[in-house]
Design a protein around this ligand. Structure first.
Ligand code: TYD
Ligand code: MG
Length: 456
């Protein structure tokens, strides 16, 4: 850690932005607790507050600005390119977060090895030694890739290296291990992470080097210093999926150069991450016989529809407060759906435990999952499987009405492509022209949905 140098830093409240000359438990401005974080003082070359700034380029009219074509750098993986919006962008900063051991270093090493075939790259490793990275490379069959490694954690040594080498893509593995000598706080602290990320972003914008920062997720499920980092960078990607199964999802949360919620699906093999071109098959559990409490949902992830099996188990509760547990789906939405079910379909669950699960570790936040969740719950209560080949989507309103979902036609086409023969959907999403092999059952109300799901 750097030696304490008085007068080199101040403290900024992360809630109100108020500045204090020393650290305090409570912000003197907004009275919030534990919000003060260390920040380095900008060293100005003298004069007034704005003396050190470069002269302004002047105000220009938007019509006079020539938009530059975005130069994309393919990563060699169709799935990774998709989440990035078509490849890495020159001079952009990507933050990729995820649990330890999920495959962040593996993915970026594979991508760098591909880029290295045509362009200079740099892999900065603060977490593992160069030997460990080389070992992983040989495991991935990339021992011959020309990826320069820099095992370093001090920002003041890394930035000159990036500036002098001018790689097309530089990977920082990980941002939490980096530290700047200008700050007194320990590496990994919010102040350090924010400062390092801000410096690296500035370097990226000035030099045109695309920088990928790997970030670890804290126990609370957020990246350290989340709010600040998300604003600084251009793209925020998240690695999801449970470490018990082999598939991994990379999701775009923010992307200045592409669509958000775009999803890349990978499988972790003994030779690294492989893109999965038909991901719907992953999230449908394979079995010969239909079972009660299961319904297939068509969810839309970015530009791609995805079929996911939703399971429900409704069982007699043996405690006064029945349990409502949801894995991969919204917990609050489950409580709401059970209330709608009671009120508008006369099915009460007040003495039942209700568990719901999205198969395959995928997380679904969109309300269009409602109808499939409801069908799975009712199927479990009635102990009657849904007919074979049925899939559903649609939001359920508080009045029991079935509301349309965006991009209905794409969802229907994905169902047909995967061999589903019946689609239970909102009336407003009914296809204008019939889709071959798919019978669309368009419904307006919950009663209607429940009646037509089991009508044969
Ligand atoms: P890693 O990329 O080191 O994860 P992170 O950087 O996100 O912490 O991935 C580590 C895990 O991946 C580890 O448990 C081993 C596994 N793995 C494979 O299964 N196959 C491989 O080819 C590689 C390189 C790793
Ligand atoms: Mg790693």
């Amino acid at each position: 850690m750097a030696k304490a140098r008085s007068g080199r830093s101040h403290y900024v409240c992360s809630a109100c932005g108020g500045v204090s000359p020393k650290w305090l438990g409570q912000c003197p401005h907004c009275r919030d607790w534990n919000t003060l974080e260390e920040a380095a003082n900008e060293v100005s070359s003298g004069g007034g507050r704005f003396a050190s700034l470069a002269p302004s380029l002047g105000v220009v009219d938007i019509v006079d600005v020539q938009p530059e074509a975005i130069a994309r750098i393919p990563t060699g993986s169709e799935e990774f390119d998709r989440v990035l919006g078509g490849g890495m962008v020159e001079g952009s900063v990507v933050l990729i977060g995820g649990d330890p051991g999920i495959g962040k270093s593996t993915l970026l090493l594979q991508a760098l090895a591909h880029v290295a075939a045509g362009h200079p790259v740099l892999y900065v490793t603060g977490e593992e030694s160069a030997a460990q990275v080389a070992l992983r490379a040989s495991r991935l069959g990339l021992q011959d890739a020309r990826v320069p490694l820099l095992a370093e954690t001090e920002l003041e040594k890394i930035i000159p290296e990036i500036i002098s080498r001018r790689p097309r893509v530089a990977v920082i593995d990980s941002i939490q291990t980096m530290y700047s000598g200008a700050l007194q706080s320990a590496p990994g602290s919010v102040a350090q992470v924010r400062d390092c990320a801000a410096h690296l972003t500035r370097v990226s914008k000035q030099t045109g080097v695309a920088i990928v920062m790997i970030g670890h997720v804290t126990k609370e499920g957020t990246l350290a210093g989340p709010r600040v980092l998300e604003h600084i960078v251009d793209t925020v990607l998240y690695f999801e999926g449970d470490t018990f199964s082999s598939h991994r999802l990379v999701r775009a949360f923010k992307n200045r150069f592409g669509a958000v919620n775009e999803l890349g699906v990978f499988a972790m093999t003994d030779r690294g991450l492989r893109g999965v071109s038909n991901p719907s098959a992953l999230f449908l559990s394979r079995r010969d016989r239909e079972v009660a409490g299961s319904c297939v949902l068509v969810t839309q992830e970015g530009t791609r529809p995805l079929l996911v099996e939703v399971q429900a188990l409704v069982d007699n509760a043996h405690v006064p407060n029945p349990r409502r547990l949801s894995v991969g789906l919204e917990q609050n939405r489950l409580a709401m759906l059970l209330a709608v079910l009671n009120r508008h379909a006369g099915i009460a669950c007040y003495d039942q435990d209700v568990f719901i699960n999205a198969v395959g570790g995928v997380r679904i936040a969109e309300p269009a999952a409602d109808l499939a969740v409801m069908l799975a719950i009712v199927s479990s209560i009635r102990d009657r499987p849904l007919p074979r080949g049925l899939a559903a989507f649609g939001e359920i309103g508080l009045a029991g009405e079935i509301r349309p979902a965006p991009r209905g036609q794409e969802r229907l086409r994905e169902m047909a492509k995967l061999g589903f023969s019946r689609a239970l959907i909102p009336r407003a999403n009914a296809p204008k022209r019939p889709i071959e092999g798919l019978e669309a059952i368009a419904v307006e109300h919950l009663d209607e949905a429940l009646a037509s799901a089991w009508s044969d």
